[in-house]
Design a protein around this ligand. Sequence first.
Ligand code: ATP
Ligand code: PMV
Length: 459
Amino acid sequence: MLDDAVAASAPGKVLLAGGYLVLDRAYTGLVFGLDARIHVVAKGVPTGNGVTLQEITVTSPQFEGAVWQYGYRMAERDSGVDVTPLRADADLRLDRNVFLETALTYTLSYVTSIAKVHIKPAHVFILADNDYYSSPKDIDRGAGAGSQFYNFALPLSRASKTGLGSSAALVTAFTAALLKYYLPTSIFDLATETGKRRLHNLAQAAHCAAQGKVGSGFDVASAVFGSCLYRRFSPSLLMDRPEAGAKGFATQLCALINESGSGASWDMEIVKEAVKVPKGLRLVMCDVRCGSQTPGMVKKVLAWRKEKPEEAKIIWDELQEANKALAKEMKSVAEQGSDGYERLTQCFTRIRHGMRLMSRESDVPIEPPAQTELLDACTRVDGVIGGVVPGAGGFDAISLLIQDTESTYLELEQLLSEWTFAQDGGSVGKASSVSILRVREEMSGVKSEDASFYKTWLP
Ligand SMILES: Nc1ncnc2c1ncn2[C@@H]1O[C@H](COP(=O)(O)OP(=O)(O)OP(=O)(O)O)[C@@H](O)[C@H]1O
Ligand SMILES: C[C@@](O)(CCOP(=O)(O)O)CC(=O)O
């Protein structure tokens, strides 16, 4: 490995409480970072015979054919750096990765507008902790079972995601690694609050641009800052801005990220002290191996809320109270201890009741019958305090708060090993098994990493 290599990692997330509410600045979300991280290593390319191609290659070695090559050049009219996806050879399909492409365009445009640096060619590697994708059974049991980074032996497009926020963790770690690689620490230092805030702003802007919509941003916020009570930024910050490649993009991007000049300051609120997991408890995620189509669900819920604002307000306000009560109770048990966990269990029951109401009224399967059945069965296991279908709900992994004991874990594992999860309540769709993901909550967000740690997994 070239000794100029740098690395960064960012955590996945689970929005335990506040799905849909968190889209509105009047409400908050309780988000936990997870110990499943996406790691990114950036390093130089050895140059022979004096020829230097303006190319950045990104490889995700855990997946088949996951190599993306980009050409780049400074564009005119203050429009930033123009990034063009290249085809490695004429026969290969141009398999675009919009998250990488956008993050690269935004980061290089920012780097060149904040400092006079030369963008040298680089090779960037992505390594994702295994739990971001449902692992095929043969990997669970096979020879590679012990590896921190599985070789999934399939194209990324065929990997089934578990909903831990791979794109947000990826964009955050990728942006952090590139900022570290191209900028001196006097200009960008991930160890400082300013450094983290600028990374947040840049990753958030790139992630929203790649998604083609301005979501609540809780996933990028937790990838940067870790577990927190989150109030979103005003969506207007990212609206009516020049697109990448448009005249003035570079200067405006720089002002937006640095919150200087014409750039307004970002008004998201990240309250880390409000979030605690009591000693002896932990979060567990159970993957139902289905995955859901979040954007369609969000559109439908929001359309219903717009149509029935008064009815929606009652549900939203009650849920906000329930969500706040859960955060408060977890913090109180963490700080003062407790004889039992009944009050925590009641908080989960109250949240599920509110989410089912939202689900029924908007006619969106936020807690579909198959998930209700699964959550109810899990909650009956001794030591399971409560659970929810997190985030937007649907068929992503469910999230449980449990007592961190071997007996609870084993009993849960036993229940799930015999469970047949029937999508759509068994009437339609295929049945699938449920497995416990190895993740748990983690308080910290983005981290600088030692690039030499990843040697084993990189070419
Ligand atoms: N290991 C990886 N290497 C390269 N790109 C990846 C990798 N993992 C994820 N991505 C990018 O992220 C995209 C998936 O993001 P998407 O927002 O659909 O899912 P998610 O963030 O995991 O889930 P959710 O938003 O439901 O939590 C992929 O299409 C790809 O562009
Ligand atoms: C529905 C929503 O509030 C949460 C989506 O969460 P997730 O991607 O399902 O974890 C959307 C958002 O916050 O951007």
